[in-house]
Design a protein around this ligand. Structure first.
Ligand SMILES: Cc1cc2nc3c(=O)[nH]c(=O)nc-3n(C[C@H](O)[C@H](O)[C@H](O)COP(=O)(O)OP(=O)(O)OC[C@H]3O[C@@H](n4cnc5c(N)ncnc54)[C@H](O)[C@@H]3O)c2cc1C
Length: 402
């Protein structure tokens, strides 16, 4: 079988890895429009479930990703000059997107996947393959060319965001909210490389244009943001991605949904199939899970694509509905930050509202959240969390670093 993955992001690369692992006789090609090593983004976060999934499907790349990732062991919420509020029991991993893609690309090379970099595919007619994996991201040309068939809906989020880095290194995942005369601006920051953290800045469209960010060149915009976040960044710089292309533009999140993820011998995976607001930090994880679901469907149908592709669509697509609903709730929470802060003058309550933005917090958890603000309780929760993390690691087996 000849399999072509269009797009060298996490979905395309992991689909290629699994295709070669399933059948070394298959010819597998990844076609990527950019040159090798080009990515315009910072880091991504993920949890234990992601590492479990990777480990179950390809222990070798799982170990490399685990060993390259940084653990953040706490989340804090900073509201202007008020003392930080702690969100207990939370931890996760983060890794620069460039490093993640490098690990998966190296794994592909070792497995004999062929690459065609610098080639942009505009239509499936240009692809000679038994199976075309459309992993070409949120703006997927392969999907857009047949939007009616796929039943695509694109729903823009209201807020504006920009994906930046910062030289402030902190092992803590930080949400920082700062007031301006035209509304609140906030960032989500987490470690991503040895010398930088990811820093996603977001605000309402009213604040964005009120600050003049809509009309400013990106470098001037960074200076304005550095001024606003001077306290939260301890005077550190905001950084454009290290690819020399300057800051990515301000964007609106776009929610992608499709009524079907297949057309003939083409299937959609990752952001081409669905997107979830970055406020729940799970698009990469879901993209890789799509690749796993596709590989399972092909395996369980013994390579009969006429059965496997409908099976993939029927099983995996509905699984995304609750996740997208949760991500929408989270996105709407961030779209109402100005009124959330105005009504909840108490930062502890505001942070609890942030914690429950996906609609998955039980009412009794507020007491625990209040208790978490006490040093001793927080230390105890951290000990439990760290033991849980070690246990999950032990279940997966040793990593190179032990
Ligand atoms: C601000 C922000 C923060 C995020 N944070 C997280 C996080 O913390 N955790 C997490 O799990 N997810 C996060 N995500 C989501 C994550 O980045 C995406 O969901 C993930 O990258 C999707 O992977 P993908 O392979 O489907 O698409 P992409 O990563 O977009 O890859 C698509 C690839 O296809 C290539 N391509 C596109 N069109 C063509 C074409 N026509 N021909 C050839 N090649 C083409 C592109 O160059 C690209 O390399 C975040 C997203 C944003 C915007």
């Amino acid at each position: 079988m000849r399999i072509v993955c269009v797009g060298g992001g996490p979905a395309g690369l992991y689909s290629a890895v699994l295709a070669r692992l399933a059948s070394a006789g298959d010819e597998v090609v990844v076609v990527e429009r950019n040159p090798p090593d080009a990515t315009h983004s910072w880091g991504v976060t993920f949890g234990e479930d992601f590492l479990d999934d990777l480990h179950a499907n390809d222990p070798e790349s799982a170990r490399a990703i685990h060993d390259a990732a940084t653990v953040w062991s706490e989340q804090v919420v900073r509201v202007a000059d008020r003392p930080p509020v702690h969100l207990g029991g939370k931890y996760g991993y983060s890794l620069g997107r460039a490093r993640l893609l490098e690990i998966l690309t190296e794994r592909c090379h070792r497995l004999g996947v062929r690459f065609e970099f610098g080639r942009e595919v505009t239509s499936t007619d240009e692809v000679d393959a038994d199976l075309v994996v459309a992993a070409d991201g949120v703006g997927s040309r392969l999907r857009t060319a047949h939007a009616e068939h796929h039943g695509t809906t694109l729903t823009p989020g209201r807020n504006r965001y920009i994906w930046l880095g910062t030289s402030r290194i902190s092992p803590v995942f930080t949400f920082a909210f700062e007031p301006t005369p035209v509304g609140w601006v906030w960032f989500y920051a987490y470690p991503s490389t040895a010398s930088a953290s990811t820093c996603i800045v977001e605000c309402s469209p009213r604040t964005w244009s009120g600050l003049g960010l809509d009309a400013m060149d990106p470098a001037a915009g960074l200076q304005v943001l550095e001024g606003i976040f001077d306290r939260a960044l301890d005077g550190h710089r905001l950084l454009a991605p290290p690819d020399g292309l300057g800051p990515a533009p301000w964007r609106n999140f776009r929610e992608v949904r499709n009524a079907t993820w297949r057309r003939g011998n083409t299937v959609l995976v990752g952001d081409a199939a669905h997107t979830t607001h970055f406020g729940i930090g799970s698009g990469t994880v879901l993209a890789v899970q799509d690749s796993i679901a596709l590989a399972e469907a092909v395996r369980s149908c013994a390579g009969d694509l006429a059965t496997a592709l409908p099976a993939y669509d029927a099983r995996r697509r509905p699984a995304l509905d609750p996740v997208q609903a949760m991500a929408r709730r989270s996105m709407h929470w961030f779209e109402n930050v100005d009124s959330e802060i105005a009504t909840g003058a108490d930062p502890v309550r505001f942070a609890y509202s942030l914690l429950g933005r996906r609609g998955d917090q039980a009412p009794w958890q507020f007491r625990l959240h209040q208790a978490t603000q006490i040093d001793g309780v927080r230390r105890a929760r951290r000990t439990v969390t760290s033991a849980r993390r070690s246990l999950r690691g032990l279940r997966r087996g040793p990593s190179r670093s032990g």
